[in-house]
Design a protein around this ligand. Structure first.
Ligand SMILES: *[C@@H]1O[C@H](CO)[C@@H](O)[C@H](O)[C@H]1NC(C)=O
Ligand SMILES: *[C@@H]1O[C@H](CO)[C@@H](O)[C@H](O)[C@H]1NC(C)=O
Ligand SMILES: *[C@@H]1O[C@H](CO)[C@@H](O)[C@H](O)[C@H]1NC(C)=O
Ligand SMILES: *[C@@H]1O[C@H](CO)[C@@H](O)[C@H](O)[C@H]1NC(C)=O
Length: 592
């Protein structure tokens, strides 16, 4: 649990600092609370950013944010895939606590029309800040569920989780939204439906042949049934791509569907317009705005202005476009005179996807020196993400911090900055980052961080207090395919359990302080502290397990299966089609 008094004293420090910066707020505590702007990229690698060492991709706006603020080099997502990582971010808790994980391989919510989602009794930082008078908005991707019992009860909707404004995709960007070859669901479903079609068609033909040659007798009824079934399977496999586009690729404003399906070429400008109008509307009160980019998830939808401009193909173009969007958003703050009263944060939900590859062309992010990527339980590349905080006049400019921190830390940090209280009736795994960011303490509050894959513990890191060494153990690791490739090519995302996962007993041990790339596993022969370290970590895991209570896993079978009556539909089901968005006008030209 969070040491409350300790945290409050830091709030006092901040308020003091702020009063110095903004004399107009003198004596008025509410006036001292900052606006909070959280920017999250989707599937973005830590190695794709100038200020994290990339010298060929252009991210001047993210770099500027880092120059003016604090950069975290060991910032960790609570999961290596979207849904659980985002649930942990919003609640400050390991996703296993809220049940936002699976145990059967369906790692994220699979459809908009499923009943699983962020449980209504979970408390997001948005809910707490809204109760403290903040205007709260979410613009962009959600992917934390929508309905429970009907197509419009919206029990898991952002507006039911503390946001009073929502504009974006309730689901997620996907290759399937544009019938792309890199398919999340379509290709697999087409294949299964085709197999069913072939079985039915073969059976129908065999029976017909038998009857025509008088080898079998009986009525024609089974033949008619088999033919009908074959026809239905064939038609469904033919249309499944279109069905997915209508089922998942749509935009909502608050509770209303505005575009089903989406017109992707205008989405970027619609999102920017929405951000700007949210800031305009709320500039006179404290606001919390979470901009959850659809970039840089496949299919990497990029406007003409940016296509073909980077030296890293479509992925690079899309990254540079996102950086430009970020610049536009920061400019909006500047123009409204809000820069010094706004805490800005930038991160990615997890690492880049190594398997997003077609014919040896890479469409996923780059995780720098770190091993592995999206979906791979404990390997650093899937969970170590960018983390930048800027608050001019309060946070030091240009500071770099190498301590372990988590995306879950944003929860207590913004709750306390907004004058709220961290819930006391549940375990919160995040820690207030403010003292570390301000430089008033040197060490992060995280001694141990656990790295789950679905509901299974894959790895644990231990930042040793005395000596400062950074240990990491892996209990399970995905078996790469082909062997030695460093990813699971041809298998989609690596699994968390089953035949393609290796178990390690004793665990694999790395000293990240010397070997951040996890290249040299230590053994009891090479590392005299081996058993001391693995035992200490095992005891910490035991202590952690005692804080877990059983909950329903939202991402398991019944919560994660497409259910017709939960499918949101604009127009008349199953013809879900509408467009209520005018032409937002063309994008302003890029300044170069
Ligand atoms: C920069 O990013 C691109 C695109 O992901 C990647 O291919 C390249 O290797 C990166 N360069 C460095 C020096 O990290
Ligand atoms: C819906 O959106 C508007 C702005 O577009 C906002 O003012 C309003 O508070 C939102 N929330 C609800 C519940 O209508
Ligand atoms: C914002 O803060 C910076 C850093 O403290 C300061 O140099 C600048 O003058 C401030 N700007 C305004 C408009 O107060
Ligand atoms: C939310 O409700 C579920 C189901 O009743 C329960 O298992 C869980 O502990 C509750 N969570 C919190 C944080 O109260």
């Amino acid at each position: 649990m969070l040491p409350r008094e300790h945290s409050w004293s830091w709030l006092a420090v901040t308020v003091g600092v702020l009063l110095g910066v903004r004399p107009s707020a003198c004596g008025d505590l509410s006036g001292a609370r900052p606006n909070i702007l959280l920017l999250m990229a989707d599937d973005f690698g830590i190695g794709d950013i100038g200020c994290y060492g990339n010298n060929s991709i252009r991210t001047p706006n993210i770099d500027r944010l880092a120059e003016d603020g604090v950069t975290l080099t060991q910032h960790l997502a609570a999961a290596s895939v979207c849904t659980p990582s985002r649930a942990a971010f919003l609640t400050g808790r390991y996703p296993l606590r809220s049940g936002m994980v699976s145990s059967n391989g369906y790692r994220v919510l699979q459809w908009t029309g499923v009943s699983g989602g962020l449980p209504t009794n979970e408390t997001t930082f948005a809910k707490i800040l809204k109760d403290r008078g903040y205007a709260t908005g979410l613009i962009g991707k959600w992917h934390l569920g929508l309905n429970c019992d009907s197509s419009n009860d919206h029990c898991h909707h952002p507006l039911n989780h503390g946001f009073d404004h929502f504009y974006g995709m309730p689901f997620s960007m996907m290759g399937d939204c544009v019938h792309w070859e890199l398919s999340e669901k379509r290709a697999g479903m087409e294949h299964k439906l085709n197999v069913c079609f072939q079985i039915m068609a073969f059976a129908a033909l065999t029976l017909t042949a038998g009857k025509l040659t008088r080898l079998t007798s009986g009525s024609w009824t089974p033949v008619i049934w088999l033919t009908t079934a074959a026809f239905l399977f064939f038609m469904t496999s033919y249309f499944v791509g279109v069905l997915i586009v209508h089922a998942d690729c749509f935009l909502m404003r608050n509770h209303t569907i505005t575009e089903q399906p989406m017109h992707f070429q205008r989405t970027t400008s619609l999102i920017l317009k929405e951000v700007s109008s949210f800031v305009q509307r709320n500039k006179h009160r404290p606001f919390l705005l979470f901009v959850s980019f659809l970039h840089v998830h496949t299919p990497l939808i990029t406007t003409e202005t940016f296509r073909g401009k980077s030296v890293h193909g479509l992925y690079g173009d899309n990254t540079e476009e996102m950086d430009w969007m970020l610049g536009q958003i920061l400019d909006t703050l500047d123009m409204e005179g809000l820069t010094n009263s706004t805490l800005v944060y930038f991160t990615s939900d997890h690492g880049g996807s190594l398997e997003a590859q077609l014919r040896n062309h890479q469409y996923g992010g780059w995780n720098g020196i770190y091993k592995g990527g999206k979906g791979m339980g404990g390997w650093e590349g899937g969970i170590r993400v960018p983390g930048i905080f800027r608050w001019p006049g309060v946070l030091p400019a240009g500071r770099v911090i190498h301590e372990p921190t988590s995306l879950m830390d944003v929860f207590p940090t913004v709750v306390q900055l907004g004058g709220g209280e961290v819930p006391q009736d549940r375990v919160i795994d995040g820690r207030d980052l403010l003292p570390l960011l301000l430089g008033t303490v040197q060490h992060s509050d995280h001694e141990f961080l656990l790295h789950y894959c679905e509901n299974l513990l894959h790895a644990v890191r231990w930042h040793q207090r005395d000596g400062g060494r950074l240990w990491k153990v892996h209990y399970r690791t995905p078996v790469f395919h082909p062997e030695g490739a460093g990813a699971c090519y041809g298998r989609g995302v690596c699994p968390c359990s089953g035949d393609h996962v290796a178990h390690h007993d004793p665990p694999l041990l790395f000293d990240l302080s010397r070997d951040p790339a996890e290249a040299h596993a230590l053994t009891p022969d090479t590392e005299p502290l081996f058993y001391q370290v693995t035992d200490t970590i095992a005891r910490a895991v035991e202590a952690h397990r005692r804080t877990l209570s059983p909950v329903r896993l939202q991402l398991d079978t019944w919560g994660n299966i497409w259910t017709p009556w939960l499918q949101p539909c604009c127009g008349r089901f199953p013809l879900c089609w509408c467009d209520q968005e005018g032409d937002p006008g063309s994008l302003p030209a890029r300044e170069n």
